[in-house]
Write a protein that binds this ligand. Structure first.
Ligand code: SAM
Ligand code: DTB
Ligand code: SF4
Length: 319
């Protein structure tokens, strides 16, 4: 039997920087090796996102069109009704998604709203799909309630390094993010946690983000790596464009540092070429968001993704 190797959890900044900056071919080769030791390299997991509560968010995340602090043309809406959400979930399942992820533009859900989301989770679970939610900060009791409802994953991102985080968000701090993640972990829900690349952060910050994720007591089961989607009206609109090679380097490093986690190629795919997406999959990304919309911004059309999968001989996972 293959001996289980302990996952490294004591990464230092210099180690991560030399990992990310090594010659590209060596990095991709190493990432693909780690990937093959842990996953089928030709299978990608598909999750579909739905924004169940749009806009009007009190937080000031500089990248986010849903923040009430900026004018990005997003109208604040109320929490959607159960039947609308359930219908979307069923349609996502019919189109091949195995997980349905509900996003809400809240700082933290109120108890009343949480009860409503719990009813949604219970209904979606009955369709046989996995459930995921991203509702902002959670206290211990809220995480436990979501676990009881059957929630499979909770998404809460660290977004960047501890140092760069404070340049992007002022309405809450890194420690509050870590506290929510601890409540989610302790409740027994799988953790989905990653960040955004392309916000003007430097290599040190990318290394800092990867270290924060990989050195956790238990690494997140799912690690979304988003490429910043620049939205007019937000402070991060008109940032310098990111070098695609640098983004792929982060994906490959995430794969090497978190060998057993799903690395999710998340926001920004509409702005990527098909060749760049293929390189991300080669670098070890093995899950994507599937469906024409992320939360408020565009994602590739289903037919585009299907064609790309065909060209690459990639299958979607049945679970
Ligand atoms: N309000 C909740 C929160 O912040 O945790 C949940 C929704 S929030 C939109 C989920 C994640 O989407 C953020 O943590 C961020 O990483 C990502 N995101 C938001 N706007 C983005 C953008 N313009 N480009 C890339 N990623 C973005
Ligand atoms: C994550 O890391 N990326 C997804 C999901 N988790 C919730 C969200 C991306 C949002 C992109 C901007 C928008 O569509 O509003
Ligand atoms: Fe609100 Fe989440 Fe957007 Fe931040 S990322 S402004 S918390 S919806």
């Amino acid at each position: 039997m293959k001996k289980k190797i302990k996952i490294k959890d004591n990464w230092t900044k210099p180690e991560v920087i030399s990992l990310i900056t090594q010659p590209f071919n060596d990095l991709i080769y190493q990432a693909q090796q780690v990937h093959r030791e842990n996953f089928d390299p030709n299978v990608v997991q598909l999750s579909t996102l739905m924004n169940i509560k749009t806009g009007g968010c009190p937080e000031d995340c500089a990248y986010c069109p849903q923040s009430a602090h900026y004018k990005a043309g997003i109208k604040a809406e109320k929490l959607l009704e159960l039947d609308v959400v359930l219908e979307q979930a069923k349609s996502a399942k019919n189109r091949g998604a195995t997980r349905f992820c509900m996003g809400a533009a809240w700082r933290q859900p109120s108890q009343r709203d949480l009860e409503k989301v719990i009813v949604m989770i219970e209904a979606i679970k009955k369709t046989g799909m996995e459930t995921c939610a991203t509702l902002g900060m959670l206290d211990k009791e809220q995480a436990q309630k979501l676990k009881l409802a059957g929630l499979d994953y909770y998404n809460h991102n660290l977004d960047s390094s501890p140092e760069y985080y404070s340049k992007i968000i002022s309405t809450r701090d890194y420690q509050q993010r870590l506290d929510t993640l601890e409540h989610v972990r302790d409740s027994g829900i799988n953790v989905c946690c990653g960040g955004i690349i392309g916000m003007g952060e430097q290599i040190d910050d990318r290394a800092g983000l990867l270290m924060s994720l990989a050195n956790m007591e238990v690494q997140p089961e799912s690690v979304p790596i988003n490429m910043l989607v620049q939205v007019e009206g937000t402070p991060l609109d008109e940032m310098d464009d990111l070098d695609p090679i640098d983004f792929i380097r982060v994906i490959a490093s995430a794969r090497i540092m978190m060998p057993e986690s799903y690395v999710r190629l998340s926001a920004g795919r509409s702005e990527m070429t098909k060749e760049m997406q293929a390189l991300c999959l080669l670098a070890g990304a093995n899950s994507i968001f599937y469906g024409e919309k992320l939360l408020t911004t565009d994602n590739p059309e289903l037919i585009e993704d299907q064609r790309l999968f065909e060209r690459l001989g990639v299958q979607s996972s049945s679970h």
